[in-house]
Design a protein around this ligand. Structure first.
Ligand code: ADP
Ligand code: ADP
Length: 227
């Protein structure tokens, strides 16, 4: 479980990006942060893996405050997927996926094996393994990004607009595939999106943020739809 306890982020220029946020992202579920551009979604996500430090408050992973954890250990628990995949341009697909497994201390041969298996799980066949990122479509790059995040078998997944940069048809396909994948892997996921339809489709729980980084409500998609 991921818990936000009264988390506030005030940037040096005075902007309050996140204002006293408290919520729980339950184990094995997808929690979506949704809201307009600038409402503090990315800031909230990046505070979990300490790319950004909260000004006050605390974030706990399975009861452990993140600020008390060793940074490398913290990051090994977390898979991170961003909008434009962020693949390493000088590594081929299998090598890209294997990097996170290697960081966890898995031997090279085994890491490459894990990477090949994950390729299939994200809907790419083995022939993609030796391509380079620039030889892939946006949707294929996102698939590789998801596989790379999964290669270390993290307990938690943070996903920042993972399906936003691809065209609507591919987006729909990636969303469906992702739901199927999650049914198997059951990770504790926080995903950020500005797309309310995506939030309702993918979320077990949806946290609606307002401008100023204020949490408006947390509800299931069913509850949100009936309001
Ligand atoms: P979202 O992900 O919902 O679009 P962000 O978390 O990126 O929102 O940003 C929240 C607010 O904080 C916005 O007003 C944004 O301009 C501001 N912000 C984000 N990063 C910084 C920064 N490094 N310095 C100052 N303000 C920032
Ligand atoms: P995205 O929405 O794709 O994450 P942004 O343009 O919101 O892209 O942010 C890109 C980078 O700029 C982030 O690292 C963010 O922290 C930073 N940033 C965003 N808004 C501001 C701001 N108002 N002042 C300074 N840095 C900002």
């Amino acid at each position: 479980m991921i818990v936000f306890k009264n988390v506030t982020k005030r940037y040096d220029n005075g902007t309050i990006a996140v204002d006293d946020l408290s919520l729980e992202a339950p184990k094995g579920r997808i929690t979506i942060f949704v809201g307009p551009s600038g409402c503090g979604k990315t800031t909230s996500l990046r505070m979990i893996n300490r790319l950004i430090a909260p000004t006050s408050g605390s974030i706990l992973l399975d009861g452990q405050p993140t600020e008390a954890m060793n940074l490398a250990q913290l990051r090994r628990k977390i898979g991170y997927v961003i909008q434009h995949a962020g693949l390493f341009p000088h590594l081929n697909v299998v090598q890209n996926i294997a990097t996170t497994a290697r960081l966890k201390g898995i031997a090279k041969k085994q890491a490459l094996l894990i990477a090949s298996e994950l390729l299939e799980r994200v809907g790419l066949d083995l022939s993609f393994g030796n391509r380079y990122p620039w030889q892939l479509s946006g949707g294929q790059q996102q698939r590789v990004g998801v596989a790379r995040a999964l290669a270390s078998d993290p307990e938690f997944m943070l996903m920042d607009e993972p399906f936003s940069a691809v065209d609507p048809v591919v987006r729909h396909q990636l969303q469906e595939e992702f739901l199927r994948l999650q049914r198997d892997i059951g990770k504790t996921i926080i995903m950020v999106t500005h797309d309310i339809d995506e939030a309702l489709k993918l979320g077990d729980q949806v946290a609606v943020l307002r401008t100023g980084g204020v949490l408006a409500q947390v509800a299931s998609p069913k509850e949100l739809l009936s309001n």
